[in-house]
Design a protein around this ligand. Structure first.
Ligand SMILES: C[S@@+](CC[C@H](N)C(=O)[O-])C[C@H]1O[C@@H](n2cnc3c(N)ncnc32)[C@H](O)[C@@H]1O
Length: 345
């Protein structure tokens, strides 16, 4: 039942005001103009909703014969603007208040974190997100990352396909969200790495993934990019090609064993749990140079990453100056992802 008030254009404002005042304006449909008339979509007043004859009778009564009530032949539906609007009437009221507030759009793929209590409605949420983002072709339920390879734990809930091309900071990243991770929260750090690297430097990226840091840095530097996961390595090669950065030396393997020694001005350790690799990173430096060491750390022991860097560097017979500790993002409740900038000499 697509009821609307049909009124001459000159009286449209008056009719809209009345519909608003009576609380019967139906915002799921757009006001449309047909010749000299407009149609203002309305709903029932509430009490009789469901019974068409009653609704019409009730509306005729509240409109007091002032305006004509019609059934729209070709309604135009308004696109919802928020996830809440898109889900209106599709979820139990108790869940409506807890709808996810944010989601990530990576190229044409969406990742959304959904609390378990919504699991019966995951598909409904997926479809609503596609409706809100018509340029996207799939929605994945993001249930976290697994293990040292940080493999995504995701479930397809709407549309199809996981491969996407995401643009950020002048770089192009192609990857498959069902096979490799991509953290939008690390964006500022990826851009910073591209900025601080100096032209002509040699960099070792010990956990290169699909080229998160390698690609922005390779615009100025020669980068040894080491990655252990063949899926990520496949996209690393693809991204080297897409970004046209010839100065990258990709290495498929475990950085504990394949990191070149004595070559780097700068070493990036972009894994949140890699303190055991610190001695290898120090040995990768060709003399004095920089370490960018990442760690996820509980806030109560926030000094732990700095302590780990200092003791690992000293154990290698070198000294170190801590030039900065930056928060990359909140990692989980009470745990932060930080990066330590350390100058080894
Ligand atoms: C967490 S991701 C990097 C995330 C990235 N820093 C960002 O900005 O989103 C870490 C990468 O390190 C890789 N990796 C884990 N252990 C490794 C190892 N021993 N050697 C080389 N790569 C490794 C994983 O496969 C993954 O691609």
């Amino acid at each position: 039942m697509n009821l609307a008030i049909r009124v001459e254009k000159s009286r449209a404002e008056e009719a809209i005001a009345l519909a608003e005042k009576l609380g019967i304006r139906d915002r799921r449909r757009r006001i449309v103009s047909r010749g000299d008339y407009v149609e203002i979509p309305v709903t029932g007043t509430g009490a009789e909703a469901g019974n068409v004859t009653e609704v019409i009778k009730d509306l005729r009564r509240v409109l007091e014969d002032e305006f004509e009530l019609v059934e729209q032949e070709s309604p135009v539906y308004a696109r919802p603007r928020t996830l809440e609007e898109a889900l209106a009437g599709k979820l139990p009221g108790s869940l409506m208040k807890k709808i996810p507030k944010t989601y990530k759009v990576l190229g044409d793929v969406i990742l959304v974190k959904i609390p378990d209590e919504f699991s019966d409605y995951a598909e409904v949420i997926g479809k609503a997100l596609l409706e809100l983002n018509p340029h996207c072709r799939s929605v994945w339920w993001d249930r976290g990352k697994r293990g040292m390879l940080r493999k995504p734990d995701v479930v397809l809930i709407a549309g199809e396909g996981g491969e996407t091309t995401h643009r950020e900071g002048g770089c192009v990243y192609k990857f498959d969200v069902s096979k490799v991770m991509f953290s939008p929260g690390n964006q500022a750090e990826r851009i910073r790495m591209g900025r601080i690297v100096r032209r002509g430097e040699v960099v070792v990226d010990m956990f290169a993934g699909i080229g998160y840091f390698t690609i922005p840095m390779a615009k100025k530097a020669k980068v040894y990019a080491i990655e252990i996961n063949p899926d990520s390595y496949h996209y690393l090669l693809e991204n080297i090609r897409l970004n046209d950065v010839e100065s990258v030396i990709p290495i498929l393997g475990d950085s504990m064993y394949v990191t070149p020694e004595g070559v780097a001005d700068r070493v990036v350790m972009g894994h949140v749990s890699c303190h055991e690799f610190l001695p290898v990173a120090v040995r990768a430096l060709k003399g004095k140079g920089w370490l960018h060491y990442h760690e996820s750390v509980p806030e109560q022991i926030i000094e732990r990453p700095v302590r780990r860097v200092i003791s690992a560097v000293r154990a290698e017979g070198r000294d170190v100056r801590i030039e900065g500790v930056r928060k990359v993002k909140n990692y989980s409740p009470g745990v932060v992802h930080v990066v330590v900038d350390a100058y080894v000499f």
